[in-house]
Design a protein around this ligand. Structure first.
Ligand SMILES: [Zn+2]
Length: 149
């Protein structure tokens, strides 16, 4: 995780809602991508897929970048629920193992090992995206977007 949140921050974060704009963006992204970027699952039901933040929402919040980047398509990918949970737990470190069952922890770790190359690719995108956000937030011109695909 990029930032360790104080408990006050966590309480404030929970009060934040994404609203209708998020719902529309999430559906558009899932319809367009139509499969999990990690395990390649192509489910018949759209609800199996989730729009996932490369830099997790709670991290954006802690970095004071949430307002600016929560709905930015460059920072999103499409994952199935299991890969999303694994990504948030193993790569971002934003899921607390104390609040997960042992089975959930084992599944998340197992999936990250099974799709190690795919998760590494996503982690690289996550780092690039974080660098882009910081550069933009610091007022420097953005790099060409070619590398974000
Ligand atoms: Zn998946």
């Amino acid at each position: 995780m990029l930032i360790d949140l104080a408990s006050d921050d966590r309480r404030a974060y929970r009060k934040v809602h994404r609203g209708e704009a998020w719902k529309a963006l999430s559906i558009e992204l899932r319809v367009t991508m139509n499969r999990c970027e990690v395990c390649r699952l192509q489910p018949s039901a759209l609800r199996v897929l989730q729009a996932a933040h490369l830099v997790a929402e709670v991290e954006l919040w802690a970095l004071r970048l949430r307002e600016r980047y929560l709905f930015d398509r460059r920072g999103l990918t499409c994952l199935c629920g299991d890969c999303h949970a694994s990504y948030d737990f193993v790569i971002c470190g934003v899921r607390d193992p104390a609040r997960m069952t042992k089975l959930q922890v084992a599944r998340a770790r197992g999936r990250s090992r099974r799709f190690v190359a795919e998760f590494r690719q996503l982690e690289l995108r996550r780092l690039r995206w974080a660098a882009t956000m910081f550069r933009e937030a610091d007022g420097e011109p953005a790099a060409p977007l070619a590398a974000s695909a």
